[in-house]
Design a protein. Structure first.
Length: 228
C-alpha cells in the first residue's frame, strides 16, 4: 500500500466508504420493506447483509489505521482519514439499526404499522444519509449544513409517534408490548437521522477544521429557510 501515491490511497479509501454507504442504505430500506410486508425472507437477508457490513467496516478501519501508521499524514490528509474512520463507524451503527427494525417485526401488527408514518420517516432519514455522503464526496459545506437542519424534521415526526403511542396506551386493554415495538421502530429511524447529522458534522470538520456540535439556532434558521 505504501508504494502508491498518498492521494490515490485516500481516494480508494473514500470510494470504499461510499460503496459501504450504498450497501447500508439499501439494507436499511430493505428492513422497512420487510417489516411493512412481513417478509421473513427479506428480514433474514437484512441480517445476512449486516454481517457483511460489519466485516467491511472492520476492514476499512484497519486499512485507515495502516495508512496512518505508514504515512503519518498531516493537515487535510489527516482530517480526511479521521473523517473516514468516523463516518465508517456511523454507517456500521446505521446497519445495526436495520437489524433492530426487523427484530421488532413479530411484535407488531400490520394494522398498527400502517397507522404510523415509518416509511415516510425512513425515506427522509435515508435522504439525509445519502446527502451527507454526497457532501463528503463533493466537500460541499452547504449540503452538510442542510443535513444538520433536516434532523429537526425527523425529531418532530418521532415526537408525534411518541405522543400517539402514549395516547394509545391509555385504554386498559391496550397491547403495551406492541406499542413499545412501534415506538422503538420510530426511535431507530430517528437514530439513523442522528447518525446522518453526525456524518454531516464530520464533513464540516473535514472541510473547515471546525468541530460543529452546538449550533442549534443556526440550523433551526436554516431549516426555516429550506421550508420557505
Amino acid at each position: 500500500m505504501s508504494e502508491r501515491p498518498v492521494h490515490e490511497l485516500i481516494k480508494e479509501l473514500s470510494q470504499i466508504l461510499v460503496q459501504l454507504s450504498e450497501k447500508v442504505l439499501e439494507n436499511f430500506f430493505l428492513s422497512l420493506h420487510a417489516i411493512k410486508t412481513k417478509d421473513v425472507d427479506s428480514a433474514r437477508l437484512v441480517r445476512r447483509v449486516d454481517n457483511e457490513i460489519d466485516k467491511a467496516e472492520v476492514d476499512l478501519e484497519e486499512r485507515c489505521l495502516a495508512f496512518l501508521a505508514l504515512h503519518q499524514p498531516v493537515a487535510r490528509d489527516l482530517r480526511t482519514i479521521v473523517t473516514i474512520i468516523k463516518i465508517n463507524d456511523d454507517l456500521e451503527r446505521i446497519g445495526d439499526l436495520a437489524v433492530h427494525i426487523v427484530d421488532r417485526m413479530p411484535e407488531i401488527s400490520q394494522e398498527l404499522l400502517e397507522s404510523f408514518e415509518f416509511e415516510t420517516m425512513g425515506m427522509h432519514a435515508g435522504v439525509m444519509v445519502k446527502q451527507s455522503i454526497e457532501a463528503f464526496v463533493s466537500k460541499d459545506r452547504h449540503h452538510a449544513d442542510e443535513v444538520c437542519a433536516l434532523d429537526e424534521k425527523i425529531d418532530i415526526m418521532h415526537r408525534a409517534a411518541f405522543k400517539k403511542v402514549t395516547k394509545l396506551m391509555k385504554p386498559a386493554d391496550a397491547d403495551v408490548d406492541e406499542l413499545i415495538a412501534a415506538l422503538s421502530i420510530s426511535r431507530y429511524i430517528e437514530r439513523m437521522a442522528d447518525h446522518a447529522t453526525m456524518i454531516a458534522r464530520e464533513v464540516i470538520y473535514l472541510i473547515t477544521g471546525e468541530i460543529v456540535r452546538h449550533k442549534n439556532d443556526f440550523y433551526e434558521n436554516l431549516l426555516e429557510s429550506l421550508d420557505d
